[in-house]
Each structure stands twice: as C-alpha cells, then as structure tokens.
Write a new protein. Structure first.
Length: 340
C-alpha cells in the first residue's frame, strides 16, 4: 500500500468506463496480451467496496487477495474490526479458491494519512504490541482469513526493532498454516531503508513475505510530475532489499493507478479507466515511456498525468521474473486494469 496515499483513494475509488486512449500512441487494453505471471505469486490488494464481479474477472490471475480491513486506534493499543463489506470480499475471494489476507494498517481518516504517533505508541511498548498482535491474529482467525498483512507506515527510525517485534508477534499468534506479510516503503539504498524504520533482515525472519511498495516514487503532494514507479527505480530498490531479505520472500509492488499534477491546486489519484477517460475527452495523445514502463499525458488545461496500466503490469511481471523474487503485489484491484 502507499506511503503517502491520498485520503480520497482510501475512501474508495469510483471506476469509470474503460475507453481507448489516443489512436496510434496508446494501445487499448484489448491490444495488449494478457500478462502471464505463471511461476510468480500474484497478490491483489483490495478495499471493502470492491465489486464481486470485478473480483471474479481477475480471480484466475490471482493467488491471494489482501483486503484493507482493520485500523490501529489513536491510542496505539487497539484496532477496529472488519466491516461486513470487508468480510464480503474475503468470502468472494475464498469462494474462488484464493487465499485471503486481512490488512492491518495505521492509516487515519482523521489525518488523511498514516499516523506515526499512534504507531509509535504501539511499537515502543512491548506489552501493548503483544496485546494488539494477539487481537489482530484473533480477528483473522475468527474471520476465516488465511493470514495477515501488516501495513504500518511512516515508521520512526527508532521504532525499527519494535516493528520487527510486532510482525513476529503476529506471526507467532497465527496458526501454522497462516501467512504473514509486511509492507515496506521502497528505497534504493540500505541507509534509506534504515531511515524508513525498516530492519529488513529482521522483517525477513519475522514474516513470510516482504512486500516492497515500489510505487509512489512521484506524487502530487510530494514531488513534481514523474512515474508512479519507474522500472529502473524499482529494480534498484529490489536489488538493494535482496541483499538482506532472500529474493524468494520478496514481492514487487505494482501500481494500478495514476496521479494528476494540475497547474494550480492539488493533484489527485486517478484509476486507469479515469486516466483514459480524461485523455479521450481532450483528444490528447498520451506517451508510452518504455524505460519507465508507464504512460504520461498533458491535458488541455495544462494538467500533467502519469499512470500505470496493464502494459505496465506486464513489464513488472517480467522484472519480477528477471529478479527472481517471490511475486508481484498490485495496489489495487478495481483501480487497475483487469489482469485477464
């Protein structure tokens, strides 16, 4: 999931009708072959508002569905419970033979961002960590989930050991058949991972899978226009991480969305379908960047856009194979192109 995800994205994304983006430059979804991810584990992140029909369309291309389901309370000592919609998505995935993970996050609707203060309260107190980890494991087991994804972001460097301890506590509290994964904001240097509050080697021992969030390299509230996750940047981030975590435990994060950078005001997140709709509305010819593996466009009003679609996903599948990692993890189902 995202290190700087706008609140609007977490609140739920409204899908537009898929349209073909400019003739001759941007290929339609139908023009690109379905990505073949055989041999890789494929995880799709989802929100509770994911339509069952959309899950059904992607099911054959997935192994695991991880649903954003429980949030850390402001005190750092308790978590929310999964809503009926979250449980509905779990049931729909399980009915299609997919493994499911319950995502535990410190995202705050009040802040519109991840809450580092509540996270510090959790990770700095071993007793509190033990209680919350046990509760998270109980909710996952009671709800029929196959594991837990720990998505704790904006970690303070001094809380790295606490994060590793918490992930280990969750793993220990789950049944032996369950899996634990942990999300890590991508960096291209070992120092960058440490500064981000990540003891990669420790997390690799505590969790079954380390999901590198190799997206949000650029975004409208923290950088100028640029790729959501440039292929070359992603490769460097993974190559750095696998010096400390076995490659067979690492998932390459894949963006299934885009961003806008207007001339004035704040940009926003767009689904792939919305990006195509905006381009088609203005009659703009988007540009495919082969080195980055993403699309960009400039709208009539001067707004710049970058987005990652199914062609981008196919390039990341190839990158994951080249790097010999465990799999790919897509944020998010419903916003991204259909995988098949």
């Amino acid at each position: 999931m995202h290190p700087r995800r706008p609140a609007a994205l977490l609140a739920g994304l409204v899908l537009s009708v898929l349209v073909t983006a400019g003739a001759g430059t941007a290929a339609s979804v139908a023009d690109d072959p379905a990505p073949d991810a055989s041999g890789l584990s494929v995880t799709g992140f989802a929100l509770g508002d994911l339509r069952t029909s959309r899950l059904a369309a992607d099911a054959e291309a997935l192994d695991t569905v991880s649903v954003a389901g429980i949030g850390l309370r402001r005190t750092g000592g308790a978590v929310s419970q999964p809503t009926p919609d979250v449980q509905r998505v779990r049931a729909a995935a399980a009915e299609r033979g997919l493994r499911t993970q319950l995502v535990m996050s410190n995202y705050s609707n009040r802040l519109g961002d991840f809450d580092p203060a509540s996270l510090h309260r959790l990770l700095s107190d071993p007793a509190r960590s033990a209680r919350v980890a046990a509760r998270v494991a109980d909710l996952a087991e009671q709800g029929g989930w196959d594991g837990v994804n720990v998505d704790l972001e904006r970690v303070r460097p001094g809380d790295a050991a606490g994060l590793t301890r918490f992930v280990q506590l969750v793993s220990d509290a789950l049944p032996a058949s369950s899996t634990t994964s942990v999300d890590v904001s991508a960096s291209t240097s070992a120092a960058g991972y440490r500064q981000g509050g990540y003891d990669l080697a420790g997390l690799g021992r505590a969790a079954d899978v380390v999901v590198l969030m190799t997206y949000d390299q650029h975004g409208p509230t923290w950088s100028g226009p640029g790729p959501v996750g440039d292929l070359r940047w992603q490769r460097e981030a993974v190559e750095t991480a696998v010096t400390q975590v076995p490659a067979e435990q690492v998932d390459l994060g894949v963006a299934g969305y885009g961003y806008t950078w207007p001339r004035s005001g704040t940009g926003r997140t767009v689904t792939v379908a919305q990006a195509r709709t905006l381009v088609a509305r203005d009659g703009v010819r988007p540009r495919w960047h082969a080195d980055s593996g993403e699309w960009s466009a400039r709208l009539d009003d001067g707004t710049r856009m970058w987005w990652s679609d199914r062609r981008s996903y196919e390039r990341r599948v190839k990158l994951a194979r080249d790097l010999g990692v465990h799999g790919v993890a897509l944020w998010q189902l419903g916003s991204a192109d259909r995988l098949r």
